[in-house]
Each structure stands twice: as C-alpha cells, then as structure tokens.
Design a protein around this ligand. Structure first.
Ligand code: IPE
Ligand code: IPE
Ligand code: MG
Length: 237
C-alpha cells in the first residue's frame, strides 16, 4: 500500500437510510450495515498512515429524526464500541470524540468515555467520532468560552484573533482535515467542521456509505494527489 497523502481525513458517512430502503429494509438496517464500512475505513487509514480520521456519525440536527431511529443509533453506538474496542485497542487506535457529548444518553456516553480512556496512550490512528456534532454549535461554544475570559478580565476583545478561536474549538490540537469525503451523492457539508474545512479538498461520491469499501477510499486518495492546493497563493513558476 502506498503511503497516505494526508494527515487528517473527514468522512460524512451518508446514505444508510437510502441503502436500506432500496433493499426493502427498514432505515435502521442501513445504520447496522455501516459498521463494515467503518471497519474498512479504520483499517485502510491505519495501514496507510493517516493520523486522524474523523467520522461524522450524528449531527446536532439528527436529534430531529424520529425517536425510534435516534434510539436505535444510540444503542448501536454503544454496542459498536463494546464489540470493537478490543480490536481497536490491539491495533493501537486511539478513540476520540468531538461534539456536544453531554447530550448523548448515559449508556453510550459511558462506553465512549471508557473507550477513550483505555486507548488514550495509543500511538496509531486517532479515530474521532463526531457525535451530536455541529460546526455552528462548536463555534458558538468557542465564543462562550472566549466571552467568559473577556468578562473575567483575562483578555481584551482586541486580543481575539483566528488563533484564539481555533484554540477554543473542541479538539484544538488536531490539524484541519486536508480532505472531506461525503458519500451518497449529496454535495453539502451539513454543518460538518465548518471552521476546520476552510481549505479542505471536498470529495463527493455517489456510493452509499454501507457500500463504501477500501477501493473507494483508494480512489479518493488518488484524486486528492491530483489536486492543486494553493491556499490563496499562486502556483510556483
Ligand atoms: C447517515 O445516513 C447516517 C446518519 C446521518 C446518522 P442517513 O441516515 O442520513 O441516510 P440517508 O441520507 O437518509 O440515506
Ligand atoms: C449528515 O447527514 C450527518 C451525518 C452523516 C452524521 P444528514 O443525512 O443528516 O444530512 P442532510 O440532512 O442530508 O443534510
Ligand atoms: Mg442522510
């Protein structure tokens, strides 16, 4: 396998419901089928030497879904961690999370926190689960933290710059993702990593998330290698 061309990959894992419906199954079967794709992505990124993989698993807006679907996803989150934590740990994966984690139900939250604690010293792939995550919520939460410091007199409004905001995001030590993949043909960010994606390469594929295999990831990496990233500058002569 060739080495990964990037440090941080974000994936908007979309299309589970449509995958299930197209088979005459209930939407939740699509969420269940997503586990294999997560395995593939974690394994592929780990082997390729990607350092951070952020998986958009549940957005702040996904709480609007029918209660039965939300409960199923939360139960699945818990059982997913339980089923996979031993193998993740033995593969040196560090489990992390981003989002308004306190909104999660007790059961999955406890399982998640235990997984994070157990794997915190691992030096392999950092697997970041975006849960009850919204880019706007993340920015709003950062603004609250900064405002508090200003009110307490620890900083002046004029001291606030991009660096201040970046250091008050949920995971300030994680570099911005070089690429964001979205499956299922939708071409939008749906509130994923709004600040961090300022210069991310966006990659859209029609493949539904439960069908997304290592070969698709390989194609995305090959596409990334062909991109010209200028960051506002000009190409060198
Ligand atoms: C993505 O698949 C998983 C979550 C958002 C939790 P969807 O459930 O959005 O599937 P579609 O987009 O309706 O097909
Ligand atoms: C985005 O997918 C959120 C996740 C993949 C977790 P959605 O299916 O919720 O996004 P919209 O509603 O199509 O924008
Ligand atoms: Mg969707």
């Amino acid at each position: 396998m060739t080495e990964a061309p990037l440090t941080h990959l974000g994936i908007i894992m979309d299309g589970n419901g449509r995958w299930a419906r197209s088979r005459g199954l209930r939407r939740i079967e699509g969420h269940r089928a997503a586990e294999r794709s997560i395995h593939d992505a974690v394994e592929y990124c780990g082997e390729a030497g990607v350092k951070y993989l952020t998986l958009y698993a549940f957005s702040t807006e996904n709480w609007k879904r029918p209660k039965t679907e939300v409960s199923f996803i939360m139960a699945l989150l818990r059982s997913f961690i339980k089923r996979n934590i031993d193998s993740l740990h033995s593969n040196r994966v560090k489990v992390m999370a981003t989002g308004r984690l306190d909104d999660l139900p007790q059961g999955p939250l406890k399982e998640l926190r235990a997984a994070m604690k157990r794997t915190e010293n691992n030096d392999g792939l950092s697997l970041i689960l975006a849960l009850s995550y919204g880019g706007r919520a993340e920015l709003a939460d950062a603004v609250v933290k900064i405002a508090r410091r200003v009110v307490q007199g620890d900083m002046q409004p004029d001291d606030i710059d991009e660096g201040t905001i970046a250091s008050d995001l949920y995971l300030p030590d994680v570099p911005d993702p070089e690429m964001i993949i979205r499956t299922s043909g939708e071409r939008r960010l749906s509130n994923f990593l709004l600040w961090e994606s300022a210069y991310s390469e966006l990659y859209f594929t029609e493949v539904l998330w439960p069908d997304f295999r290592k070969e698709h990831l390989q194609e995305a990496f090959e596409d990334f290698r062909r991109r010209k990233r200028r960051f506002g500058n000009v190409d060198p002569d």
